[in-house]
Design a binder for this molecule. Structure first.
Ligand code: GFB
Length: 404
């Protein structure tokens, strides 16, 4: 009898260890292998672009994607914070598209068998120089050198025993047969986990991967947070969502406009081959006056095209200056109120902007790009500050008048 009890206990432990309750998600080893990476470049918008590319890449290689935590930087702290992927997004919709597993679950449940410590090899395109001069400067990836590289892998107690340079292979699985080259070079038995020093993806996100955004669905905390704000704080009726990117880092970044054809997310409005125009300063940074002018124009347009869906308020998200005073004074005669979150929360800002009746974002910002892609996936309308260029817009309008 005692023997039976002990065996039942072990059977239970085995089952709990292999089956995730609720989702019906087994932790059995994927015979096709895994792919993991550090979202080590940029903040949320950059990481989200990289995530979509990495998802497409893992799918093309037919390996399970280990969902990395989001890497966050907090004022005054030297080490990045790693926030579990599912804090912001549900895992299930992604699982319907491709096999994925949270990094914490992979490390807790599978790593011991699938990725023993002696098999932990870091992948980089070519050797990376170490930041620490005294360190052995052998040809290596130095995957844990610096912030957020070290803190990221440390979160899961991962150390690497060797480096692998994968160049000249690349990640563009849409325009070449590179996926089969990866599979041929890195078979599953010898390479159960491909662990990349940075995301195996391009920035900005490749055009072909934008539509993968539909699989990124807000977790209930953010869905409900956005719904509550819209229901309880905003007046009843339609609202316009604005993203104003205007902090000091942005002012500095916009100085690069003069030397480039593209900057950060600008292909989202200019086209990946500049087929809808070249970069110009106002696309990156706008004046208060032009913001007010464009907003009034959008509100008037919505009034004309959707008379039953009258705009009652404006929601502003910003990293620095929300221009609340200026916008309130400009819109007071139209009986439109202007709102922002009481507390800084980029994720709630994004979730609310995603739900607005019309969104105006910054074409150069990958933070705005996240909102635009989400809205595209629902068929919601969006536009960009100062796009098209004022002169071109006037020409378009004149043409339209002449045609009428
Ligand atoms: O997301 P992100 O890569 O977008 O970085 P960009 C901007 C960060 O600023 C966000 C905060 O992740 C947020 O933490 N932020 C921006 C905001 N807008 C808002 C907002 O409306 N509300 C709140 N609460 N926070 C570029 C980067 O940022 O900035 C480049 O792509 C570079 O790597 C450049 O760093 C200077 O694309 O806008």
């Amino acid at each position: 009898m005692q023997w039976l009890e002990i065996n039942l206990k072990y059977l239970l432990i085995f089952l709990i260890g292999h089956v995730k309750p609720g989702i019906g998600n087994t932790y059995e080893r994927d015979p096709n292998g895994y792919l993991t990476y550090c979202p080590c470049m940029g903040r949320f918008g950059n990481q989200a672009d990289h995530f979509l590319g990495s998802l497409a890449f893992a799918r093309a290689l037919n390996r399970t994607l280990i969902l990395p935590p989001w890497v966050e930087y907090r004022k005054g702290e030297l080490r990045s914070h790693q926030v579990s992927f599912d804090t912001y997004f549900d895992v299930e919709p992604l699982q319907k598209f491709h096999r994925v597993i949270l990094m914490s679950e992979f490390m807790d449940q599978l790593a011991k068998d699938v990725w023993p410590v002696e098999k932990r090899v870091s992948f980089c395109y070519m050797e990376r120089k170490s930041l620490q001069k005294e360190k052995n400067q052998d040809r290596q990836c130095h995957a844990k050198d610096g912030n957020p590289f070290g803190p990221f892998w440390d979160t899961y107690n991962i150390d690497f025993v060797a480096s692998e340079f994968y160049g000249p292979l690349h990640f563009d699985v849409h325009h070449s047969a590179v996926a089969s080259k990866w599979q041929a070079k890195y078979d599953v038995v010898s390479w159960p986990v491909l662990a990349f020093t940075g995301a195996p993806a391009s920035f900005p996100v490749q055009l072909e991967n934008c539509e993968l955004q539909k699989h990124l669905q807000w977790s209930s905390k953010y869905r409900e947070g956005a719904r509550d704000f819209i229901k309880n704080i905003l007046p009843r009726g339609a609202f316009v969502g604005l993203h104003l990117r205007n902090g000091v880092d942005w002012v500095r970044a916009c100085e690069h406009v003069k030397d480039s054809q593209h900057l950060f997310a600008s292909p989202q409005c200019l086209g990946y081959r500049n087929e809808r125009g070249s970069l110009y300063p106002e696309l990156c940074m706008q004046t208060k006056e032009s913001i007010v002018r464009q907003l009034k124009r959008v509100i008037k347009n919505v009034r004309q095209t959707q008379p039953k869906n009258e705009i009652k308020s404006v929601f502003v998200a910003s990293d620095a200056n929300h221009l609340i005073k200026e916008l309130r004074s400009a819109l007071s005669r139209m009986n439109i109120t202007v709102h922002k979150l009481d507390k800084d929360d980029p994720y709630l800002d994004l979730a609310i902007l995603g739900q607005s009746n019309h969104f105006i974002g910054n074409c150069v910002s990958s933070f705005s790009a996240f909102v635009k892609r989400e809205r595209d996936s629902h068929g919601f309308p969006s536009s960009f500050w100062s796009f098209p260029k004022e002169k071109e817009r006037q020409q378009q309008q004149t043409r339209l008048h002449e045609e009428l």
